[in-house]
Design a protein. Structure first.
Length: 344
């Protein structure tokens, strides 16, 4: 009897051990998988970057975006310990270079300095845009703001924004030039139409230098464009400053009022630039890049150098930048729909 009991007890003990061994093996396997995943993920984040990075500027050399990107890239290179190459891929209002990055490998080595045009306005302006901003890009950080201004030809009988609106109504319309279809300058004009009902007609220029010359000569009475590019002509008396399309006055032209000061609310066409990576870029890589932008934005030498060009450095989190872009896309979509500005 005792032997039978011992055998039964031994059987149950072996059965219990078998079950426990199965559980232990499963637990060990799961721990091993987690450990392998951690080992694989940590080196990718801790080693990045191990080679040169490229920031695509989707506009030409010497453009405002190009100037900003080259200053920021030099600081990022020092911060990251790797070269940061700036490559110009202009075309289609910033869409060509942006599409190139949207379809690049999501490893953090190919980035784009997007703008209000390429990553906000174009989303509603261009019908066949080869990317979706919120789907195909991983926002890294807002980098800088850049003010636009409304100027008039010297002999136009206007002195402020109310005069411009009144004259446009009196004449049945006024032409305004900009840096092209989908530019923040065009949106400044479209927004003025929407907020005031003033009859304004857009004249896009592929070469904005020609638009500046035409405005000085009086062929086009109004021009919406970037402040630094017009400071010389304004100070020389060739162009008449009307209003800065930004929340604050610009130090480059401290005597020129803002649109809010001129009595028109929600009339802000501030240009912006921000860094984007392809969608799917690992978050640890995004964090490394974001920190490099934060360091550049906080550097007094960078701020001083770009401040002379009219830029205000910003920085911020990827989440804040994504929310900002989403809101900006919605803002300009409303303006484009309301004014019928989309042409392509």
């Amino acid at each position: 009897m005792s032997e039978q009991m011992d055998a039964a007890f031994s059987g149950k003990l072996l059965e219990a051990w078998g079950k426990m061994r199965g559980v232990l093996q499963l637990t060990l396997a799961l721990l091993l998988i987690c450990n392998v995943s951690t080992v694989q993920a940590e080196p990718a984040a801790s080693r990045f970057p191990t080679k040169a990075l490229t920031i695509v500027v989707p506009y030409g050399a010497a453009s405002s975006t190009d100037i900003l990107t080259r200053v920021v890239a030099r600081h990022m290179a020092r911060q990251l310990g790797q070269p940061v190459i700036v490559e110009n891929k202009a075309g289609a209002g910033g869409a060509m270079g942006s599409a190139f990055v949207a379809h690049a490998a999501p490893d953090g080595y190919t980035l784009v300095m997007g703008t209000i045009s390429s990553h906000s306005i174009n989303q509603s302006m261009l019908k066949n845009l080869p990317y979706d901003v919120l789907r195909d890009f991983a926002p890294v950080s807002l980098v800088a703001y850049f003010p636009n201004i409304l100027v008039a030809t010297g002999d136009l009988p206007v002195h402020n924004l109310a005069d411009v609106v009144a004259l446009a109504r009196q004449r049945g319309g006024l032409d305004f030039g900009s840096g092209g279809i989908g530019s923040s300058g065009q949106m400044g004009g479209e927004l003025l139409k929407l907020r005031t009902g003033a009859p304004l007609n857009h004249v896009p220029y592929k070469e904005v230098s020609q638009g500046i010359s035409d405005t000085i000569a009086g062929h086009v009475p109004l021009l919406f464009y970037q402040v630094p590019a017009l400071v010389g002509q304004i100070k020389a008396g060739q162009l008449k400053p009307i209003v800065v399309l930004a929340p604050q006055r610009t130090p480059l032209l401290p005597d020129v009022p803002t649109s809010t000061e001129e009595g028109i609310k929600d009339f802000d066409a501030t240009a912006w630039m921000g860094l984007f990576a392809p969608a799917g870029t690992p978050r640890p890589v995004i964090d490394v890049l974001n920190d490099a932008i934060k360091q550049a934005a906080a550097d007094p030498d960078v701020a001083a150098a770009l401040g002379q060009q009219g830029f205000t450095m910003v920085g911020g989190t990827p989440e804040a930048f994504r929310d900002f872009v989403r809101q900006d896309i919605a803002k300009w979509a409303e303006v484009i729909k309301a004014t019928g500005a989309a042409t392509q």
